[in-house]
Design a protein around this ligand. Structure first.
Ligand code: MLT
Ligand code: MN
Ligand code: ZN
Length: 316
């Protein structure tokens, strides 16, 4: 199984169009080892021919262009992308669906709640159900994605299959759906933010993709224990990072993202689990771990974590 990191940055990307923070300025100038990064998405294959996208970022067009494995390979119209799985309804994870119009057959997997929210936005009707099968995924149920069936064929391809299981993690409803009258959680329900366990049914290799997560409860620790690879929410270095930098009023917690550092942070929360590779992804442009010479980056690397980057390839 191979994982391609299409986009390592959080919503807004690096640099973000209107942001003048240190990391964004460095991404523009090339200083301090910072290179531009696109918004949050990975592509996974078990046969090198068929890919499942996990989230569809607003930068998807660029991401496809810069990853030859995702270019059309044959005939007049073709795409190696057989399916898209969504982990929430945030703009940085769904806007790329609009790039996938043009009558190409694939299947779209998400929780009932995320499908419902997409259905309220008529613009997503460009994904004509004649071509794009909308599949509701219940939580905690394993499903084997067959590339042929995902493209609407009657018979399974049999090779290139991928097994996925969605499970709820602490998080928040999409920003544009927040209901201020609904109290502390803004109307958030369990199906708003999910993580994915992704397995190769042939080799048995598996890993976890968790681009948004607000806390590490004991239950999540037990689930991840001994895992060979975890890609985890790296949005914030510290909870009040945006406020301290004068870049916004919100904490990481308010945005549904657990910060990396210190007591109660994700590095502490995911320590001592016997994990293999631990890689931060969905990293906000304000996060100083982007700066190659920063103390924060050094601390992350010394703790055994890696920082994802666009174009990173991981083989399991
Ligand atoms: C997030 O991860 O918090 C969202 O992508 C924020 C946004 O919609 O910009
Ligand atoms: Mn996001
Ligand atoms: Zn910035």
């Amino acid at each position: 199984m191979r994982v391609l990191v299409l986009g390592a940055a959080a919503g807004g990307g690096l640099p973000q169009w209107n942001c003048n923070c240190e990391c964004c300025r460095c991404a523009r100038s090339g200083a301090r080892g910072v290179t531009p990064q696109t918004q949050s998405s990975i592509a996974v294959t078990t046969d090198g021919e068929n890919y499942v996208l996990f989230n569809a970022s607003p930068d998807l067009g660029r991401q496809i262009a810069s990853n030859p494995a995702l270019h059309p390979q044959r005939g007049h119209r073709h795409s190696p992308i057989s399916a898209v799985v969504l982990t929430n309804g945030d703009v940085d994870h769904v806007a790329g669906l609009l790039t996938l119009r043009e009558r190409q057959s694939f299947s779209l997997f998400a929780t009932a709640r995320v499908h419902e929210n997409l259905a309220k936005n008529a613009v997503f009707d460009v994904l004509n159900p004649e071509c794009v099968e909308h599949r509701e995924m219940p939580l905690e149920k394993s499903l084997t994605l067959d590339p042929g069936l995902c493209r609407g064929a009657k018979e399974p391809t049999g090779s290139g299959q991928l097994e996925i299981r969605l499970f709820a993690v602490p998080g928040k409803v999409a920003l544009y759906l927040e209901d201020a009258s609904a109290g502390e959680g803004f109307g958030t329900v369990a199906e708003d933010t999910v993580a994915v366990e992704i397995s190769d049914p042939r080799s048995g290799e598996r890993f976890f993709y968790i681009p948004g997560c607000a806390e590490v409860p004991l239950e999540l620790r037990s689930r991840l224990r001994g895992g060979s690879l975890v890609l985890f929410d790296g949005t914030m270095w510290r909870n009040d990072e945006m406020i301290v930098q004068g870049m916004g009023q919100k904490t990481g917690a308010r945005m549904g993202h657990l910060h990396m550092s210190g007591a109660g942070g994700s590095m502490e929360g995911l320590a001592d689990l016997g994990l293999g590779r631990r890689i931060f992804i969905h990293i906000n442009n304000t996060n100083p771990v982007w700066l190659e010479d920063s103390a924060e980056r050094r601390e992350v690397l010394e703790a055994g974590w890696e920082i994802a980057h666009d174009g990173m390839e991981i083989d399991l």
